[in-house]
Design a protein around this ligand. Structure first.
Ligand code: B3K
Ligand code: ZN
Length: 870
């Protein structure tokens, strides 16, 4: 019988504790092995765990065994076979006094997966059961020391109704299976590799597999399965190809082979994030698995390739070598993002990939660094670790790895990673371990470089090139400052590798790219042999994640936009040219538009440019990026200035865009680079034609919509139509809904496209869409489709009435009761309130205060709101 006084699982939590990196202590108990028995049911699951517990030699003898629990009540607790009643629940965790150095502890709990709306732990999704344990979901399945430095061997027996759950999957290898009584069946799975609890996974459901195989370079055959619902099987080919490409690439690039005979991927519809790298059993949000040309855009195809690779690469960077504690999260995430970025660059166009990665960094990470949620890639404290799966940990983390790779060069970097994997295989490591391996493998001192791990904020580098014709020297004067979270900038000495080239002002030729390292607050570099003043190309390939302030003239930027041989620097020069003009327009400063029109005209006339790259070159910087350049943001002014320039470019080059539109007309669908480039440029051309306000724009877009044989073209047409008042807009959206109402992933696009509309009635429409029968807060993809779409529509989200903020706040409050992790993800758009003009700023703050005043907020939301208001 349960003693009610011992249980507090239903009681409200006290003020959330702050977890600090410096408080890390090694575990008092280890669990070298765990056996789990699951009696599965959608509404009632019984979990019996048997733990082999060993007291750490360094632990004090008196320390009880403390097992984390979240919302659990033990049905029974046994130690060495004998029932025990002397356990206690303290803050949901089970405390059990133990005398000896080694015991067998058996605990039984009961769960109702159908009511698990947090989607953490074991939950039901569309008739199947699945799990999500990272970071702290395992404690919602059973009592366990749920921390990544406890590595255990798992053996799992799962049993359930054969008709409901014909497929039973877990980590590792299936070693036995059989039929039970009353229509039940069971499977026994063993994972030979010790792993932390966050990598545990289980799936039970009615699934079918796309089955294939991969032979590793040492000749081992691996069975590969992608498990989906019956009708989705034809949409798994791209994910399977990505998986096999990733397996080969990791062997060739990092010398890493897969280490089990089986690799399973399962696609689920209800998932808090993109995917999860559970050992041998990756679980994916279905949007990163399912694709065919009719439902997936080219960007969706890329997303699938990148995420499949990312999760696969975790098998080494995350699973074989895991993290000591969650402060080390970037150890696995930053490195794995760097690995998946490099993989995608190798599979497609490295130039386009770099542009895309930098765009993501600037859109998601730079605002973090300059706002109230700024944190270093190795944070010092947190209340809720789920809030730290951020662009800083992931994307800036990847940039930090990239800088080390740049400083070491490819061979020494590989030596460093080999050393890292060899030294720490089977261990829970730290970021420091990684840096030490880089130092040892690369024979380099990274002492000063380490500040990238400890420092929040984006360094600002000012670059000034001067020229002395008498000595034929060019001198580059660099200065760096840093500010985090909106604090005033201060001089800094981060180690900043900058790839530069000095271009001949006539021809654009140069004598080779140079790598210089800025590691002082002010530094000068002199280059000899320049009779003429050269044009500075700097931070080529975006070699460092900084904000560059160069004193280059508009003429120099225009020159670089048509001559720089580094594609990223060329793209960047055009962006910089457009940005400076737009910022001047918004602030009422004088600016020259003709030079932009000339630069755009020059690249449009250049027949040698790859069409996909051309599509990037002629696009304007986003409203969000422009907002980041302003001291005080007025979203309407930014929108108006940008639309005006877009309109002007559209009018000026209408004939050219029409020609390109025709030239890029699609043939049979293909995923090869030229076909994709045509689709991309055609959509950009269409949007410029529409921006020129020509009469036939709606008709042209509607035709493209009707005749499209792929989702990229369809979405491109709908995007253009979405901003219009035309009747074709209504027809197209109605038709799209009718065609795709039964395909959740495509229906998500229908919600997003409307939420992104620039029309002035968008706030009202979003409000109505939230009441649409197809909208639900229970599905994170649907919530993101509508609200992440809306918050990335600056001019409409920031409607001066504040209705957008209120709507978002109400949604966060409602969602927090069901799914705090996903709810907390929507705080940052409001959290930037200090950056906006007074009226909006106040309304944003009021929305945050309304959330803060809500009783019984989750730890997730309350941490984000209080940090945003502090
Ligand atoms: N490691 C997971 C993310 C888990 C998020 C938990 N809140 C996916 C990934 O980064 O690969
Ligand atoms: Zn990851």
């Amino acid at each position: 019988m349960l003693d009610i006084q011992k249980t507090d699982a239903a009681q409200p939590a006290l003020a959330p504790a702050i977890i600090r990196c410096e408080d890390y202590r090694p575990p008092a108990w280890f669990i070298p092995a765990i056996a789990l028995d699951f009696q599965l049911g959608l509404e009632h699951t019984v979990v019996r765990s048997t733990l082999d517990v060993r007291r750490s030699k360094s632990a004090k003898r008196q320390e009880p065994l403390i097992l984390d629990g979240d919302g659990l009540l033990p049905v029974s607790v046994k130690v060495d076979g004998a029932a025990r009643l002397d356990w206690q629940l303290v803050d949901g965790n089970l405390q059990l006094p133990l005398d000896g150095a080694a015991h067998e502890v058996e605990i039984t709990v009961e769960l109702d997966p159908s009511t698990n709306t947090q989607l953490m732990g074991l939950y039901a999704s569309q008739g199947m059961l699945c799990t999500q344990c990272e970071s702290e979901g395992f404690r919602r399945i059973t009592f366990f020391p749920d921390r990544p430095d406890i590595l255990s061997r798992y053996s799992v027996r799962m049993e359930g109704d054969k008709e409901t759950f014909p497929i039973l999957l877990c980590n590792g290898d299936k070693v036995a299976e059989g039929d039970g009584e009353n229509g039940r069946h069971w499977a026994q799975w063993n994972d030979p590799w010790p792993k932390p609890s966050y990598l545990f996974a289980l799936v039970a459901g009615d699934l079918v597999a796309n089955t294939d195989s991969f032979t590793t370079r040492s000749g081992k055959m691996v069975e590969l399965n992608i498990w989906v619902r019956d009708g989705d099987l034809p949409r798994t080919g791209h994910a399977m190809k990505a998986l096999k490409d990733s397996m080969r690439w990791d062997e060739e690039t990092y010398g890493r082979e897969y280490d089990l005979g089986l690799f399973n991927i399962v696609a689920v519809s209800d998932f808090n994030m993109g995917a999860m790298e559970n050992k041998g059993l990756n679980i994916f949000n279905s949007r990163y698995i399912l694709a065919d040309p009719e439902v997936a855009t080219d960007a969706d195809y890329d997303g699938i390739e990148g995420v499949v690779a990312h999760e696969y690469f975790h098998n080494w960077s995350g699973n074989r070598v895991t993290c000591r504690d969650w402060f080390q999260l970037s150890l696995k995430e930053g490195f794995t993002v760097y690995r998946d970025q490099s993989f995608s660059a190798d599979m497609g166009s490295a130039a386009l990939k770099r542009i895309e990665d930098v765009r993501i960094l600037r859109a998601a990470q730079f605002p973090e660094d300059s706002g109230p949620l700024a944190h270093p890639i190795r944070p010092e404290s947190y209340q809720e670790i789920s809030n730290f799966y951020t662009a800083t940990i992931y994307n800036k983390g990847a940039e930090v790895i990239r800088m080390m790779a740049t400083l070491l060069g490819p061979e020494r970097f590989r030596k460093g990673t080999d050393l890292y994997f060899d030294r720490h295989d089977g261990e829970a490591a730290t970021c420091e371990d990684f840096v030490v391996a880089m130092e040892d493998g690369g024979d380099i001192d990274l002492k000063q470089f380490r500040s990238w791990y400890e420092t929040a904020g984006t360094p600002r580098v000012s670059a000034k090139l001067s020229h002395d014709p008498q000595t034929s020297t060019a001198t580059l004067d660099l200065k760096q400052t840093l500010s985090a979270g909106g604090a005033p900038p201060a001089a800094s000495d981060m180690v900043i590798p900058l790839k530069i080239a000095l271009l001949d002002p006539e021809t654009g030729a140069h004598s080779g790219e140079k790598l210089i390292t800025l590691d002082q607050a002010e530094q000068s570099f002199t280059f000899e042999g320049y009779k003429e003043r050269p044009v500075l190309s700097i931070n080529r390939g975006f070699s460092a994640p900084i904000i560059l302030e160069s004193s280059r003239t508009a003429e120099e930027l225009a020159f670089l936009s048509s001559h720089d041989d580094d594609p990223f620097a060329r793209f960047e020069a055009m962006q910089q040219l457009m940005t400076s003009y737009l910022v001047a327009q918004i602030t009422g400063a004088p600016a020259d538009r003709d030079i932009i029109l000339q630069a755009v005209g020059a690249v449009l006339a250049d027949e040698t440019i790859d069409r996909a790259f051309l599509a990037e070159l002629v696009q304007l910087p986003s409203e969000a990026f422009l907002a980041d350049q302003m001291a005080e943001v007025d979203p309407q002014a930014i929108h108006d200035a940008r639309e005006k320039l877009r309109g002007k470019i559209g009018v000026q080059f209408e004939r050219k865009f029409r020609r390109l539109y025709k030239q890029c007309e699609p043939g049979e669908f293909s995923l090869d680079a030229p076909a994709r480039a045509d689709r991309k440029l055609r959509n950009v051309a269409l949007s410029y034609i529409a921006a020129s306000q020509v009469e036939d724009a709606a008709e042209l877009a509607f035709d493209q919509f009707r005749n499209a044989n792929n989702m990229t073209a369809m979405q491109g047409a709908l995007t253009v139509l979405s901003h219009m008042e035309a009747k074709q807009r209504t027809w197209a959206f109605e038709d799209f809904f009718k065609q795709f109402k039964d395909n959740a992933l495509v229906l998500d696009k229908w919600f997003t496209l409307q939420a992104l509309s620039q029309r002035s009635d968008t706030v009202k429409r979003v409000e109505r869409l939230a009441k649409h029968p197809s909208f639900t807060l229970a599905n994170p993809n649907r919530v993101r489709a509508l609200y992440a779409g809306f918050t990335s529509n600056p001019v409409r989200f920031h409607d001066p009435s504040g209705q957008g903020y209120q709507m978002l706040a109400d949604m966060i409050i409602a969602l927090d009761g069901q799914n705090p992790q996903t709810a907390a993800r929507f705080i940052p758009p409001l959290g930037r309130w200090r950056r906006y003009e007074q009226g909006r700023s106040q309304l944003m703050r009021q929305a945050l205060e309304k959330i803060a005043a809500t009783p019984e907020l989750s730890k997730d939301v309350s941490e984000q709101v209080s940090r945003s208001l502090a």
